[in-house]
Design a protein around this ligand. Structure first.
Ligand SMILES: C[S@@+](CC[C@H](N)C(=O)[O-])C[C@H]1O[C@@H](n2cnc3c(N)ncnc32)[C@H](O)[C@@H]1O
Length: 200
């Protein structure tokens, strides 16, 4: 294959595909890479069952709208629980309120999104699952990611998936390794720093 065509395929097609899937919401500000966003979309589409999902770390809604879009396409009764303080906690840019931007960015999907505002270590979750997919992208310290994995991995249904972002960070990678060491999960998808493991 010619190198120009190769470059076009690499640079152009994923971006166009994501824009086709998400429309204007493809541009919500996020630290997620395009290949991670596409992988999240694919994993959510593949493992959706009843359509119940939970996300820890929603920020401005970039990953939330991906999950909510999959839910709206595949399950009329589905629901996405978004857990965040909406105070930009544990982020390098420092604390700031982000709820208003989240609500504006996710307004198209507001009927299927339920906000759970508070610290993921202790906030009450209105639904104990089982969830088709749990996405962990909150506090990336070892203690934070460990607490989220310990608290929410048990809510994933058999054959459902637990997805981590920033799994290239040593602290998060350690947590992923510890969950895999339990022997009841297998890796099913990997894109840049995004890792999905399935409960078997
Ligand atoms: C990396 S951002 C999430 C990015 C988002 N998934 C996206 O698609 O752009 C991390 C988010 O986790 C939230 N957060 C950090 N620690 C938290 C905690 N202990 N409980 C709840 N939310 C937390 C922050 O407020 C921030 O919005």
């Amino acid at each position: 294959m010619g190198s120009i065509l190769k470059t076009m395929l690499k640079a152009g097609f994923p971006a166009r595909r994501f824009r086709y899937l998400m429309g204007d919401s493809a541009n919500i500000s996020t630290h997620m890479k395009l290949e991670e966003k596409l992988a999240l979309y694919e994993v959510a589409s593949r493992y959706i069952g009843e359509g119940k999902m939970l996300e820890v770390g929603s920020y401005l809604g970039a990953s939330s709208v991906i999950l909510a879009e999959v839910i709206s396409k595949k399950s009329s009764a589905g629901r996405l629980y978004c857990v965040d303080t909406w105070q930009n906690d544990a982020m390098t840019e420092g604390k700031r309120p982000t709820l208003e931007q989240f609500e504006s960015n996710t307004s198209r999907w507001s009927s299927s999104i339920e906000k759970v505002m508070g610290n993921s270590r202790e906030v009450e979750i209105p639904d104990q699952g089982p969830f088709d997919l749990v996405f962990i992208d909150g506090d990336h310290s070892y203690e934070g990611a460990k607490s989220d994995a310990a608290r929410f991995s048990g809510l994933v249904r058999t054959n459902g998936v637990l997805v981590f972002h920033d799994a290239n960070r040593a602290e998060v990678a350690r947590v992923v390794g510890e969950v895999l060491a339990e022997g009841t999960w297998i890796p099913v998808r990997h894109a840049a720093s995004l890792v999905a493991i399935q409960r078997v």
